[in-house]
Design a binder for this molecule. Structure first.
Ligand code: SF4
Length: 746
C-alpha cells in the first residue's frame, strides 16, 4: 500500500480541528483519520465526528450525479441537462410571477464550505429574490442583531478569551459537546480543565446538567426562556452595589444611564419566581464576576432560540461590558481574522434590518426572513407566494418549527431544486437534486469561523482526493446556475460569474481605507494570477488582510502559497484589543441601550406580570446537543449512528412519578401544533418541570433515502415546536421552552 498523510481541517463543526488523514494511494481510500498533534490551533484534539468524514465520503447513499424525480422514482441525469432544466423552471416562475415567487433556504453546512459562502450571493442576486431563509433564524440571529445594534455589524461578535479568563459565566451553552459556537475553540474540555487548573472558575446556568455543567465549579438550573430576567438582575446588582467598571472601553460606551434605569425595575427578588434562581445566588454571582481579575459572560443557543433571544444576547454582553471585561484579555474580545475585510470596510449606510417584511409582517434581518415564516410564505396567496424553492445543504423539515406543516408546504411547490448530497426529509420534495463533491474532494478554508475563533490562526484544507470525473464543487454549481438564471439575455458562463465575484471582493479588499490603500484592483488581480474559483479569492483576501504580504512576495506575510507550505496552519497569536477600530455604529460608540432593544423590554415586563398556567401535565420542552449528532445531517454515518438509542425524552424523576412515566417506557408528547411518541429516560440531570429532546432525528419519512439513519430514526422534535413562537425583534424561532403535555403512551 502506498500511503500518504494529508493534513487539513475537519469541516463538520465550528471548531475546525486539524486532522491527519492517512490515505491509501493505491486504492484511493481513507485508511484512518487522527487528530493532528502539530495543528496550530487544535493540537491533536478530535471528537468522534471527525472519523465520520471517511463514512461520509464512502456513503453509498450520498448522491454523486444530479437526479430528477419522476413520480416517486429518481433518475440520474447529466449536469448540463440538470442545470438547464433547473434554470428554465426558475426563470419561468420568475417571468410569470416575479422574483418574490422564488424562495431559498441555506443550511448550516453552507458556512463550512468557503466556496459555497462566496458564490451563494451571486446566485441569490441572479434570482433577484427577497424571500431568503437560512438556518441563522433557528440559531444565532438574535446575537447577530444585538451585535449589529451595539457594535455596528452583525458579525462583530465578541468571543470569550477562554485561554486567559479567570471567570466564565455560561448560559444555554454546552461547549464540551459543541466545541464552541460563536466561539471557535477546539478541545473545550481541555480549555475548561486549564481554566480551572489556573485557579479560574466556571459557572453554568442551564435547565439541564449538561456535559459542560458537569465540569463546572457551579451549576444552577434555570427555567427555559428566562435568561433575560436572570441577566437583568445581574445587571441590577452591578449598578445597585456600585460594581460597574467599564475598563478600557469606557470612552466609547453610550447609554449607561438608560441601562441602569431599565435594570432598576428587575432586582433578583422580582425575577426569582420566573427564573428559579435564588436572589442570594444572583447577588453573589454578580459580586464574583465584578471581583474577578478577568471574566466573561457567554450565552449560546439556549439564550438565542427562546422568547427573549435578542434581550438575552444583548444582556450577556452588558454583563461583560459593565464589569470592564469587553475588549480586554481574559474577557470577551473581537477576533481579527487573517481574511478580514468585511469588518474593516466603511460603515454601512442603512441598517441591514427591516428593509422588507414577511407576509406576517416580520422584518428582514441581514437580507433574510425568519424561517418561522417559511411555511406560510409558501402557502400564501397571489404573487407574493413562494412557488419555486432552492435549498442549499439544508434540511428545514427537521431543523425548523412545525416540520409537518413545512413538509406539506414543500410538497405543494411548483418547482424545487436542492443542492445537496442526500435525499433527506426535505430534499425528497425536490424535482431536481444537484449534489456537490464530498468535502474530501474540495479545497477549503474557514472563512466564517476564523472570525469567531479564540485565537488567530490561518490554515488551508487541501483536497484529499482528485475529484471524481464529471462532478462539481458547490461553488461551481452555484456559479453555473447563477449564470443560467441571470437576467442577462442568453446564458452567462460560470467563468464570468467567477470573474464577477472576484471583482466585487477585490474592489473591497484593496484601495483607500484598506490594508492596501495604494493598490488598485488591476494590480491585485495581476498579483493573484490566472487561477480561478475560491482559491484565487482566498489568495486575494489573505494577501490584502491584516497579516498579508500586501502582494509583495518578499514580505513575510500570509498568502495562499504560504498556507500551502504550512500544512499544520499558521499561528498568528492571541486576540488583541480592537476598540474603537471595530466599532461601526452610527455614533462610533458601543451602544448599551439601542432603541430597538429598549423597546422590547416592555414585553419582558409584561410577561413577568403574567400568572403561570396551573396545569400539572404541562412541562417545558428544550433541545439538547449530542456529541455524535450534527444538527439534522450526518445521521446516515454508521460510526455516529450506532449504539444505544439517543433520541429519548429526558424527564426528571419527580415529574415521571407524578405523570406515571417509567425509564425506558414510552411517552406521548403533545404541543399546540403536533404530537409524537418517544422513549423516556428518567434522570436527575434535567430540571423538574422541563423535558428535553435532541433535534435532527425523525428519519422514517416516506421517500427518504438514508438507510443507516432510518434504522436509528428517532423522532422529529420540530413536530412539536410552534412557528407562531418567535423572539420578536429578530423573528428567531423559539425552540426552547415549548409548552407540552406529557403522558404515558401504550
Ligand atoms: S469538534 Fe469534532 S466535529 Fe468539530 S471540528 Fe473537531 S473533530 Fe470535527
Amino acid at each position: 500500500m502506498a500511503s500518504e498523510i494529508v493534513y487539513r481541517n475537519c469541516s463538520l463543526c465550528e471548531a475546525h480541528c486539524g486532522i491527519a488523514i492517512e490515505v491509501d494511494r493505491t486504492e484511493e481510500r481513507v485508511v484512518t483519520i487522527r487528530g493532528d498533534a502539530d495543528d496550530a490551533f487544535s493540537r491533536g484534539y478530535l471528537c468522534p465526528k471527525a472519523y465520520a468524514l471517511k463514512g461520509l465520503h464512502e456513503d453509498p447513499d450520498r448522491l454523486r450525479r444530479p437526479v430528477r424525480r419522476v413520480g416517486q422514482e429518481w433518475q440520474e441525469i447529466d449536469w448540463d441537462e440538470a442545470l438547464d432544466l433547473v434554470a428554465a423552471q426558475l426563470r419561468q416562475v420568475r417571468d410569470t410571477h416575479g422574483p418574490s415567487a422564488i424562495g431559498s433556504y441555506a443550511g448550516n453546512p453552507t458556512v463550512h464550505d468557503f466556496g459555497a459562502g462566496l458564490y451563494l450571493p451571486a446566485l441569490l442576486k441572479a434570482l433577484g429574490n427577497h424571500k431568503r431563509f437560512t438556518a441563522s433564524s433557528v440559531d444565532q440571529l438574535p446575537k447577530q442583531l444585538s451585535s449589529l445594534l451595539m457594535y455596528g455589524r452583525g458579525l462583530s461578535i465578541p468571543v470569550p478569551d477562554i485561554d486567559r479568563t479567570s471567570y466564565m459565566l455560561l448560559l444555554g451553552a454546552n461547549p464540551v459537546v459543541s466545541n464552541g459556537s460563536l466561539m471557535t475553540a477546539p478541545d473545550m474540555p481541555g480549555r475548561i480543565e486549564r481554566l480551572r487548573a489556573r485557579g479560574g472558575k466556571l459557572v453554568v446556568i442551564d435547565p439541564r446538567r449538561s456535559e459542560t455543567a458537569r465540569m463546572a465549579d457551579e451549576h444552577h438550573f434555570i427555567r427555559p426562556g428566562t435568561d433575560a430576567w436572570f441577566l437583568f438582575s445581574l445587571v441590577h446588582v452591578l449598578f445597585d452595589e456600585g460594581l460597574v467598571r467599564l475598563g478600557r472601553v469606557a470612552p466609547w460606551v453610550r447609554g449607561l444611564d438608560e441601562l441602569r434605569a431599565l435594570a432598576a425595575k428587575l432586582p433578583p427578588e422580582a425575577t426569582a419566581r420566573r427564573t428559579g434562581i435564588a436572589p442570594d445566588t444572583v447577588r453573589r454571582l454578580a459580586r464574583e464576576i465584578a471581583a474577578a481579575d478577568s471574566a466573561v459572560c457567554y450565552g449560546r443557543i439556549g439564550t438565542c432560540t427562546q422568547q427573549f433571544g435578542t434581550l438575552a444576547s444583548w444582556l450577556v454582553d452588558c454583563v461583560t461590558i459593565l464589569t470592564g471585561n469587553l475588549d480586554s484579555p481574559g474577557g470577551a474580545m473581537f477576533p481579527h481574522p487573517a481574511t478580514a475585510t468585511a469588518d474593516e470596510a466603511p460603515r454601512p449606510g442603512k441598517l441591514p434590518y427591516g428593509r422588507w417584511r414577511s407576509l406576517r409582517g416580520l422584518p428582514e434581518a441581514f437580507g433574510e426572513l425568519p424561517a418561522a415564516t417559511l411555511a406560510e410564505e409558501i402557502e400564501g396567496n397571489g404573487n407574493e407566494r413562494i412557488r419555486a424553492f432552492v435549498t442549499l445543504a439544508g434540511n428545514p423539515v427537521l431543523s425548523c418549527q412545525n416540520g409537518a406543516r413545512l413538509a406539506r408546504a414543500l410538497a405543494s411547490l411548483d418547482f424545487m431544486v436542492s443542492i445537496d448530497i442526500y435525499i433527506n426529509e426535505t430534499t425528497r420534495f425536490a424535482h431536481v437534486i444537484l449534489p456537490p463533491r464530498s468535502p474530501l474532494e474540495q479545497l477549503n478554508y474557514e472563512l466564517v469561523f476564523s472570525r469567531l475563533a479564540v485565537r488567530h490562526v490561518a490554515k488551508l484544507s487541501p483536497p484529499v482526493f482528485e475529484p471524481a470525473p464529471d462532478t462539481r464543487d458547490q461553488w461551481q454549481i452555484l456559479a453555473e446556475l447563477a449564470g443560467r438564471v441571470s437576467r442577462v439575455p442568453g446564458d452567462v458562463p460560470g467563468d464570468m460569474i467567477d470573474e464577477l465575484v472576484f471583482s466585487t471582493l477585490c474592489s473591497k479588499a484593496v484601495g483607500p481605507g484598506t490594508h492596501c490603500p495604494d493598490l488598485g484592483v488591476a494590480q491585485a488581480r495581476a498579483a493573484v494570477g490566472k487561477q480561478r474559483g475560491p482559491a484565487r479569492i482566498l489568495d486575494l483576501l489573505l494577501r490584502a488582510g491584516p497579516y498579508g504580504d500586501r502582494f509583495d512576495e518578499a514580505r513575510p506575510g500570509l498568502s495562499l502559497a504560504r498556507l500551502r507550505a504550512e500544512p499544520h496552519g499558521v499561528d498568528i497569536g492571541p486576540l488583541e484589543p480592537r476598540v474603537p477600530q471595530v466599532l461601526a455604529t452610527e455614533s462610533g460608540a458601543i451602544e448599551l441601550a439601542p432603541a430597538l432593544i429598549v423597546g422590547d423590554v416592555a414585553r419582558l415586563h409584561a410577561e413577568l406580570e403574567k400568572d403561570e398556567p396551573d396545569d400539572p401535565e404541562r412541562l417545558l420542552l428544550i433541545g439538547r446537543r449530542q456529541l455524535r449528532n450534527n444538527n439534522s445531517w450526518m445521521g446516515n454515518i454508521h460510526s455516529l449512528a450506532k449504539g444505544r438509542e439517543r433520541c429519548t425524552l429526558l424527564v426528571h424523576s419527580v415529574d415521571a412519578e407524578r405523570l406515571g412515566l417509567v425509564d425506558g417506557g414510552r411517552a406521548r408528547v403533545r404541543s399546540r401544533v403536533g404530537e409524537l411518541t418517544v422513549t423516556v429516560t428518567v434522570t436527575g440531570e434535567i430540571m423538574p418541570g422541563v423535558v428535553s429532546l435532541p433535534h435532527g432525528f425523525g428519519h422514517d419519512a416516506d421517500g427518504v433515502r438514508l438507510r443507516v439513519a432510518r434504522e436509528h430514526a428517532g423522532v422529529n422534535t420540530n413536530l412539536l415546536t410552534d412557528e407562531a413562537a418567535i423572539d420578536v425583534p429578530s423573528g428567531n424561532a423559539v425552540l426552547n421552552g415549548i409548552p407540552v403535555q406529557v403522558s404515558p403512551a401504550p
